[in-house]
Design a protein. Structure first.
Length: 70
């Protein structure tokens, strides 16, 4: 249980840090052309789209771990 909590804290920290706001080269060029406020919106959208698959993978992994740890 401590490992799962540690992993959740680590992933949560990654989402909050400034480094998590990185983009691919195409998105970076698009964000530079849009300006400051739309670029922050683009970054938030990238993070939002990243969270759902990671949450699903985390849930499935946690259920697998709980069922097969015995």
């Amino acid at each position: 249980m401590k490992k799962a909590l540690l992993i959740c804290c680590f992933l949560g920290t990654m989402l909050v840090t400034k480094d998590a706001m990185s983009q691919c080269s195409i998105c970076t060029k698009t964000a530079q052309q849009l300006g400051d406020k739309p670029a922050r919106g683009l970054n938030s959208g990238i993070i939002y789209l990243m969270v759902a698959p990671l949450a699903i993978i985390g849930f499935v992994g946690y259920r697998w771990w709980r069922n097969y740890k015995d």
